[in-house]
Design a protein around this ligand. Structure first.
Ligand code: PHE
Length: 345
């Protein structure tokens, strides 16, 4: 048993190796359970008694020397590996694309609509989602027995007792209450839009959601006519859809406007030829509107003899569904990335 020879050989092997794998093998061969050094230790008790002490010392020294050298080599290889990684950086390779989130299509549509209206002189105003019966219905000239006031259509907030309509709370069913709130505090002439979330007590299906987003508009001045409304709304749909769109008004009814209209735009999918999106009519209904009812002006503290105006309300969801040909409103609120990722542009 030549311990010195083993030491020389082992040290040389360690020093000469250039790979971590190789180094592991060497370590196992010498220091492993069945390695050469274990064999030496196993042999010591069988050696001559006078040699035993010397052999033991040598074996321990060998073990320590190898361990030290192994550690040194390990550190060296680690350093080398790091260096090599830096050296192999290839700046001509294409980079890794980092995936970022995107704005929800409704957020996008809201921003776009607000931008268009700001450019034509409207201010953006907000109102509370939790409203009183007064602002949501009474002040807007809803008769006492109007079906929209029914629990089946409106989400009321649970309250003790029987509070008066100013204190009776509900989730607003439209953004129209902000008309009153704004006119109470601001003198005409005024031009505002109100983007916001509204709530309805609905059973959801492809065209109904329990909440959705509206954009309210209100313009009040001394001489405002349906022609003003028509011009402004045509400008808006042209810019929003990015093409020349025709607009038509049909008579309708809302308690807070007189006269009232339903506003249609020419179908942007088939260009009025008739398709499934417009149910072969060539027209798509986009909003409700009308001239502000004198009672509404009165309820907000304005004299209807001095002021007149128009108001309109549209659903963002509807605008987006028309623009992209989406046939189920529930997709907008499902948070499904397969849907949302299609709006990356
Ligand atoms: N508030 C009405 C709705 O939610 C829309 C509307 C607004 C109609 C303003 C006329 C004037 O259906």
């Amino acid at each position: 048993m030549d311990i010195e020879k083993t030491e020389k050989r082992a040290l040389l092997e360690i020093r000469e190796t250039t790979s971590k794998k190789e180094l592991e093998k060497i370590k196992k061969r010498y220091l492993g359970k069945k390695g050469e050094i274990s064999e030496i230790f196993k042999f010591i008790p069988k050696a001559n008694p006078e040699e035993r002490a010397e052999l033991g010392k040598k074996a321990n020294r060998l073990k320590a020397a190898l361990e030290k050298e192994l550690k040194k080599k390990e550190a060296e290889l680690k350093k080398k590996k790091k260096k090599r990684r830096v050296k192999s950086f290839d700046p001509t390779l294409p980079g890794k694309r980092s995936v970022s989130g995107t704005l929800h299509p409704i957020t996008r549509a809201r921003k776009k609509a607000c931008k268009i209206f700001r450019e034509i002189g409207f201010s953006v105003v907000l109102g509370p989602d939790i409203e009183s019966v007064w602002y949501n219905f009474d002040a807007l000239n809803f008769p006492e027995e109007h079906p929209a006031r029914d629990m089946q259509d409106t989400l009321f907030i649970k309250q003790e007792g029987n509070p008066p309509s100013e204190k009776r709370l509900l989730m607003r069913t439209h953004t129209s209450p902000v008309q009153i709130r704004y006119m109470e505090k601001n003198q005409p002439p005024l031009k505002i839009i109100v983007p916001g979330r509204v709530y309805r007590n609905e059973t959801t299906d492809a065209t109904h959601e329990i909440n959705f987003y509206q954009l309210e508009g209100l313009m009040v001045d001394k001489e405002i006519s349906v022609a003003n409304f028509r011009a402004i709304i045509t400008e808006f749909v042209d810019r929003f859809f990015g093409e020349d769109v025709e607009v038509r008004l049909r008579p309708s009814f809302f308690p807070f406007t007189e006269p009232s209209f339903e506003v249609d735009m020419s179908c942007s999918v088939c260009k009025k030829k008739g398709c499934s999106v417009c149910s072969n009519t060539g027209w798509l209904e986009v909003l409700g509107a009308g001239m502000v009812h004198p009672n509404v002006l009165k309820n907000a503290g304005l004299n209807p003899k001095n002021w007149q105006g128009f108001a309109f309300g549209m659903g963002f969801d509807r605008l987006i569904m028309i623009k992209y040909g989406i046939d189920d409103v529930r997709l907008m609120y499902g948070g499904d990335l397969r849907f949302l990722n299609q709006f990356r542009y």
